[in-house]
Design a protein around this ligand. Sequence first.
Ligand code: FES
Length: 159
Amino acid sequence: MAMYNEKVMDHFMNPRNMGEIENPDGKGVYGSPVCGDMMQITIRVKDDVITDAKFKTFGCGSAIASSSIAAAMIIGKTIDEALALTNKQIIEELGGLPDVKIHCSVLADHAIKSSIYDYAQKTGKTYAGLEGFDPNADDDDHDVEGCHGEACGGECEKK
Ligand code: FES
């Protein structure tokens, strides 16, 4: 049985929105506390709407597929809407990920929030969705909806 569905494979083989925006309005880099893989997301923002997003992922295929689809999901969204995006929605949009790969979608979710955090810092804006968010926290893999980290091997998802 194949481990990854066709959509995940498609976004892994043909990633959308890969690269880096020059002089971005926000830039977020996040390293997974679970596996050490890294992701960078740069965003362009106009009138509080994300008009462009590009990612660079130094990580596994699931992380590349997650960042590809996550970047596509936030383009055209307001900052508040993008902040409301959860790793669970990223997984749903991908049509599912194996349990042990759930943390890879957390990488995309966290990198997006980090890029918005950077934008907020630069512009002096505040967003309710950033409350309590720490871009440098490395222990939050237990806080993200649908993900309790890899330590349990995905068992928590089945309970
Ligand atoms: Fe590291 Fe997927 S194994 S992000």
